[in-house]
Design a protein around this ligand. Sequence first.
Ligand code: NAP
Length: 276
Amino acid sequence: MSPTDLWLLGHGITASPSPRMQEAALRARGVEGSYRIVDVTPDELGEALRRLRAGEACGANVTIPHKLAVAAACDRLEGDAALTGAVNTVVVEEGRLLGANTDAAGLEGALRGAGLWPAPGTDAVVLGAGGAAAAALLALSRVPAGRIWIAARRPEAARQLAERLAPVLDATPAAWDAAALEPLLAGAGTVVNATPSGLAGLPLRLDGLPAGCTVVDLRYRPRPVDLVAAAGAAGLRACDGLEMLLHQGMLSFRRWTGLEPPWDEARAALHAAVGG
Ligand code: NAP
């Protein structure tokens, strides 16, 4: 069998813990191969995709800022990638690029594993309107959640995301403003921070959340994630994005190798890579 060489296509991502996680998974399953960062600018992306089609690697993860551009370049998009127009996983099949997205399923796996999967009908607020917010909204659509609000610092971005996901989800744009969000947060069973901002930059007062509310922050660094620590200290259920990173990565691993992911080994490598 030829080596399973895999890429992480992104830009400015030298500190990603994914190579250590994926290489630990390959090793644990006895698969010869590598997983390495291929850092390219948007101008260099076309050449990188040409090399991928030519068989330099058998698959890739895709991250900031290339998820949309890679989706546009794929020969076929499946499932969530087709819905969101964003790809985080590419499988190379005889010179063709198949685009998938494991982020929403990764978040679902993480929340289910932690016992934090919302009960059907739970109201939810998602902060942010980028790729991670789209994944969170798709996951919520599968609960299915109750009323869902999207708040983003650019209202237009929240409106566009709600429109894009309208075929599978009824989400309402909300103002990026603590006073306006207060009544929505007061009834929320799940709140997701899908921005890179820490607690101080969010229109969120933890003492305004109901007891039993789950706070999910998709960031996983620096650790401990401030919002998660503060929510825990306030007696709320909370989790950061590390288990989501594990799950989305292992779902990609399964796509590339056809093997059951070695969850424990991959999790241990991921924790070692992020330092806790
Ligand atoms: P993205 O596509 O660039 O979207 C980021 C969103 O956050 C946009 O709505 C952006 O608004 C907003 N934003 C950026 N900086 C902000 C700030 N200082 N204050 C308020 N809003 C801000 O990025 P993404 O891929 O969605 O990633 C968002 C976060 O999720 C990152 O921290 C990332 O590390 C994390 N993430 C985690 C996982 C995981 O597996 N755990 C997976 C994906 C992402 P503008 O459009 O106005 O800039």
